[in-house]
Design a protein around this ligand. Structure first.
Ligand SMILES: [Mg+2]
Length: 129
């Protein structure tokens, strides 16, 4: 089963402008006991990292208002270079993966997000420390 991960005490920042997408991630991660923070723009995601040094991982949507996921990742990595950032993108364009990784993201997932793969990736980064 993929729903038996335990992320108790881990703080995950979810940068996602679409409420339905956030609710999907929340439902998926609720069972892991992770502490979730929701940022609806790249700018608020950056502000959350500036304010809270206890964030353990970021799920970063790429297409967001105010500041997109590339810019937000770039700025977050200036403050917290070791903070794992997993991008989520709906784009299936050639070169997208390279663009995401060169912005500083550690990993990426294509939408629609597969729950099993997302949890495996998160577990991999949270337990690497
Ligand atoms: Mg979006």
């Amino acid at each position: 089963m993929f729903n038996n991960y335990d992320f108790s005490g881990k703080k995950i920042l979810i940068a996602e402008d679409e409420r339905t997408n956030y609710l999907f991630l929340e439902a998926l991660l609720k069972r892991t006991n992770a502490i979730l923070i929701w940022a609806e723009t790249g700018k608020t995601a950056l502000e959350a990292v500036q304010k809270d040094s206890a964030i353990d991982l970021v799920l970063m949507d790429i297409k967001m208002p105010e500041m997109n996921g590339y810019e937000a990742t770039h700025e977050i990595k200036k403050i917290r270079p070791q903070l794992p950032i997993i991008a989520q993108t709906a784009y299936a364009l050639a070169g997208e993966k390279e663009k995401i990784l060169s912005a500083g993201c550690d990993d990426y997932l294509s939408k629609p997000i597969m729950g099993k793969i997302l949890l495996e990736k998160i577990d991999n980064y949270l337990n690497k420390k």
